[in-house]
Design a protein around this ligand. Structure first.
Ligand SMILES: Cc1cc2nc3c(=O)[nH]c(=O)nc-3n(C[C@H](O)[C@H](O)[C@H](O)COP(=O)(O)OP(=O)(O)OC[C@H]3O[C@@H](n4cnc5c(N)ncnc54)[C@H](O)[C@@H]3O)c2cc1C
Length: 442
């Protein structure tokens, strides 16, 4: 069985290493246009701020390791075309320019995503950067050295992590977003308000509720970001406004969402039985709504990649879907969220209720304790939990993983009220916060 894998970051690396284990008979070839694999983009902000000093620590696998496993590892090879009828791919060697055709029995599409680049006046100017891969991280670090004023466009997780990193480097930092608050996809306003105050207290300028309309510069280099409400001087601009799936190769050949995300079934099969897909190139089953959604996260990528290997020959292990569970640390605050926010549920015309707890996470007789903000969102009619958020200076983010399991298993607030959680004064109160949330909903 000849398997071709296109793209080798998280989904590709997981699929390959697991295929080697579960299908030792398979002849695997991987084509990757970069010269590296497995780069952890989640470490870019930590690297920019200097917390992670060595970029090489942000890789967990290398092309040499894959080659040692017997995988035909073709770095700096770009796949130009896929013909699913002929079961062939057309490839260009980026070092030599040579082009050739290769054939497969099974194709694994792990081509991931690419940052959205808005077509605005001045977008091509120097010092307007993307933030996705290893090369980007090195460019950002190099350019930040001479930049006094840095503007980040996009106030999602990535933009927020970057503004904190630049502030820690002593830059004059502006964060622009067209929404009137940050991180609106993951957090409700009572949570984002705390995060925004923390950013503003450090001097980060939040320019929310305005849309970037273009860029102006001098000698081809960006100097100003223009918006619908004011302009902002900048020596360096980082665009973090979202991602789109890299799936042009299969356009018209397999089923996709309107944004181009490949639709896979629970066994990672596309609508073509010999083509599997995983990671940011795919849509994923979103448990809170029961629909397909585009949620590009490394967590989904490694799970889906692993499942490609398990299901390559026979459908064996099903994917349980996702809640889009995610976390972020903003200065002293540990924040995490899973499933739908109350705002997202209301926007989707769902009839929901929410319980919000705002109290100390452990007994006041302890020498120290911190406040915690916990919110659980549930369906009004059935009490089924569909989302949750937590924010505290204490690290209580694992509570959100627990609630992710609750959503996954269709649990109700009634059940949450009486689930068996331990009590120990170092960690919590006799009524665990999650029990309390459940009880308050009754
Ligand atoms: C700054 C940043 C921070 C993040 N932080 C987190 C986090 O904290 N937690 C989390 O869960 N997720 C995080 N993510 C998201 C996470 O990085 C992605 O979900 C993950 O990288 C997806 O992995 P993937 O393998 O599916 O796709 P990608 O990482 O996009 O990799 C796809 C690979 O395919 C290659 N490729 C594409 N087309 C071709 C072609 N035609 N020929 C050859 N090769 C090709 C690309 O070069 C690339 O190496 C972050 C992302 C960014 C950018």
């Amino acid at each position: 069985m000849k398997v071709i894998v296109i793209g080798c970051t998280h989904a590709g690396t997981a699929a390959i290493t697991q295929m080697v284990q579960h299908h030792p008979e398979a002849q695997i070839t991987v084509y990757e246009r970069n010269d590296n694999i497995s780069f952890l983009s989640c470490g870019i902000a930590l690297h920019v701020s200097g917390v992670v000093k060595q970029a090489e620590k942000l890789f967990y696998a290398s092309p040499a390791q894959l080659a040692e496993l017997g995988v035909d590892t073709r770095m700096k090879h770009d796949v130009l075309n896929v013909d699913t009828a002929a079961k062939t791919v057309r490839v260009r060697n980026l070092d030599t320019g040579e082009e050739f055709t290769d054939a497969y029995d099974k194709l694994v599409m792990t081509t991931g995503s690419w940052p959205i680049i808005p077509q605005l006046p001045g977008i091509g100017m120097e010092n307007i950067q993307l933030c996705k891969n290893y090369a980007h991280s090195q460019t950002i670090i190099a350019k930040a050295k001479d930049a006094k004023r840095v503007t980040v466009v996009g106030a999602g997780y990535i933009g927020i992590e970057l503004v904190e990193a630049f502030e820690q480097l002593g830059k004059d930092v502006t964060l622009i977003d067209n929404m009137d608050r940050t991180m609106f996809k993951y957090l409700d306003p009572e949570f984002t308000a705390v995060a925004e105050s923390a950013l503003e207290e450090r001097g980060i300028r939040l320019a929310l509720g305005r849309t970037v309309t273009g860029f102006e510069g001098q000698d081809g280099r960006v100097r100003k970001v223009l918006t619908t409400n004011g302009e902002f001087e900048a020596d360096l601009v980082i665009l973090c406004i979202g991602f789109r799936p890299n799936t042009e190769l299969l356009q018209g050949q397999v089923d996709m969402l309107p944004n181009g995300a490949i639709i896979v079934d629970e066994y990672m099969r596309t609508s073509n039985p010999d083509v599997f897909a995983a990671g940011d190139s795919c849509a994923i089953h979103y448990n809170p709504t029961g629909t397909h959604a585009y949620i590009p996260l490394a967590t989904n990528a490694v799970r889906m990649g692993t499942l490609v290997a398990r299901n390559l020959v026979t459908p064996t292990v099903r994917y349980m879907g996702t809640q889009g569970t995610s976390g972020i640390k903003i200065y002293d605050y540990n924040i995490a969220s899973t499933g739908m926010t109350e705002a997202a549920a209301i926007a989707a015309d769902m009839k929901v209720k929410a319980v919000t707890l705002n109290e100390n996470y452990r007994p006041e007789f302890m020498p120290t304790f911190e406040n915690v903000l916990l919110k659980v969102v549930y369906l009004e009619q059935t009490g089924r939990i569909i989302g949750a958020q937590v924010l505290s200076k204490a690290d209580l983010t694992q509570a959100i993983n627990t609630l992710s399991v609750c959503i996954q298993n269709g649990m109700t607030m009634d059940e949450l009220g009486y689930v068996d959680f331990f009590f120990q004064p170092h960690y919590n109160k006799p009524w665990n916060l999650l029990n309390q949330a459940g009880l308050q909903a009754m």
